[in-house]
Design a protein around this ligand. Structure first.
Ligand code: ADP
Length: 481
């Protein structure tokens, strides 16, 4: 699955979630609108019923006033109401439409109202034509009062029913509003959090894997071509990891072929070289008379060239061995390593009257003893070799622990090295002096660096021209600090 596809899929899911949140919030809004409309509807119906009742009361008092007093002013009060009642009934009819119970009550109410108005009109007519007694006898039958009571009861029932509808509507409005609010706040917050954390995890995963690639190239660059990346996924980064692994494997194979070629060549050249050396020595010893002075000089030059070439071949052999050697890393006591190296160099130390001091005790390190001894031998040999003209070599070997490593230093008071050359002297065949002033092959420090790096350590130098040098080796400590 490609990175672009994963990214696109993630965005797709985020958009789908946002759409879902919007749809749910929108549904909440629709419900909210419907519920608040129902509540408003009920409130209007209740208002209408209250007004209707007020008209009924108004008509009643007009009727009573006229029956009792015969004053036409009361008749005016009554006359305004039937029309008002009809108008309110029309409005009410629209408001209760669709609610069967309210529609039934409405029919009862409008019938009762019609009867009541009819009854009132009859009483008014009687008062006009037959006088008070006749009208009062009609009123005293109680028919009108019963109708008014029924009207009151029906209105009460309708108001109660509308109140219930309004209460339900209000509850449902609150619930819909709450749903809408929750969905929009928590939904959006949740989706944002989800998108942010998914984006963060995605970016972190990518950067971790890119970091692993960078680390691998650094490890390959330091010469460890046996290291392998774990591809983890089949996306573009996984493909790069595969390609980098393949490249490292091909490099490892060609480096091994080259090292084995160098090893075989230097090894096989040694016996013809021995023969050249041996025969040129034999010429000098056994045939010096026949050779004459010039012939002897040529034979000596052949012998010393053979010695130089032998040194070179030996160093190349050591280098290719260090490069190919299967290193079994374990705890190595530096005290023992230093003592062994110094005793193997006793002859040179004595010949040069060198003063070598060691800051015992030295801590143990994790490494491969034979190669560590080889590296230290090269450093001490150089310190003996590159002494200032006419001065006795002074060498100090010490070790410091810092940042989880042990740094072993070989310091001398010799000719020193210009900082411009610090980097290149660790390369193969790099020399700063001619063979006449300081003999050597230019491979010694390359062996040190290669060997230490293969143990997972580092090497370096601090020096200035004429100020002596401090070469150091850093390796993991062999015991807890
Ligand atoms: P070689 O000693 O055979 O010349 P090396 O690889 O050991 O080769 O050293 C490379 C070069 O680094 C030397 O030729 C020398 O110029 C410089 N060098 C190494 N060690 C020292 C030292 N202790 N003091 C001064 N120069 C040094």
């Amino acid at each position: 699955m490609s990175i672009a596809f994963k990214w696109g899929a993630g965005n797709g899911i985020a958009i789908a979630l946002l759409i879902a949140v919007t749809v749910v919030a929108h549904e909440g809004e629709i419900k909210y609108r419907a519920a608040s409309a129902a509540a408003e509807h009920s409130a209007s119906a209740i208002d209408e019923l209250d007004e209707l009742w007020a008209s009924v009361i108004e008509a009643e008092s007009g009727l009573r006033g006229f029956v009792i007093t015969g004053d036409p002013a009361f008749l005016d009060q009554f006359d305004g109401q039937p029309q008002e009642i009809t108008r309110r009934l029309d409005t009410l009819q629209h408001l209760v439409a669709g609610n069967p119970r309210m529609e039934d009550l409405y029919v009862v109410l409008s019938d009762n109202l019609a009867q009541r108005l009819e009854n009132a009109r009859t009483a008014i007519a009687k008062r006009r034509t037959d006088g008070f007694e006749s009208a009062a006898s009609l009123v005293s039958t109680g028919q009108g009062r019963n109708l008014t009571d029924e009207i009151r009861t029906t209105i009460d029932e309708m108001v109660t029913a509308q109140r219930q509808i309004a209460a339900k509507g209000n509850a449902s409005t609150a619930a819909s509003f709450e749903l809408m609010e929750r969905v929009s706040i928590f939904g959006l917050l949740g989706v944002s959090l989800l998108v942010a954390s998914a984006g963060f995890l995605f970016a972190r995963g990518l950067s971790k894997r890119v970091g692993e690639l960078v680390e691998a190239t650094r490890i390959f660059g330091s010469g460890n071509l046996a290291y392998r990346l774990e591809p983890k996924a089949s996306d573009e980064i996984g493909q790069i990891a595969h390609a980098v692994n393949d490249m490292a494997e091909r490099l490892r194979q060609s480096r091994e072929a080259l090292a084995s070629f160098a090893y075989t060549v230097s090894h096989d050249l040694r016996s013809p070289l021995h023969a050249m050396h041996g025969f040129s020595e034999a010429l000098i010893e056994d045939f010096s008379d026949q050779l004459g002075p010039q012939g002897q000089d040529y034979a000596k030059r052949i012998a010393s060239a053979a010695i130089r070439m032998e040194m070179l071949l030996n160093d190349i052999l050591v280098y290719s061995r260090v490069e190919r050697e299967n290193m079994d890393l374990k705890m190595v006591p530096l005290d023992t390593v230093v003592d062994d190296v110094l005793s193997s160099l006793t002859q040179s130390i004595t010949d040069k009257h060198a003063v070598v001091s060691v800051d015992h005790p030295l801590p143990p390190v994790v490494g491969y003893q034979p190669v560590l001894e080889q590296a230290l031998t090269n450093l001490v040999s150089n310190a003996l070799k590159f002494a200032k003209d006419g001065s006795t070599p002074e060498i100090r070997i010490s070790a410091q622990r810092s940042n989880g490593t042990v740094r072993l230093s070989v310091a001398d008071k010799g000719i020193g090295i210009d900082p411009d050359h610090h980097r290149r002297i660790f390369n193969v065949f790099e020399r700063l002096h001619g063979a006449d002033s300081y003999p050597g092959t230019g491979i010694g420090l390359a062996i040190v660096r290669k060997g230490i790096e293969r143990m997972g350590g580092r090497t370096g130098v601090e020096s200035a021209l004429g100020q002596g040098s401090r070469f150091w080796i850093e390796l993991p400590p062999g015991e807890a600090a």
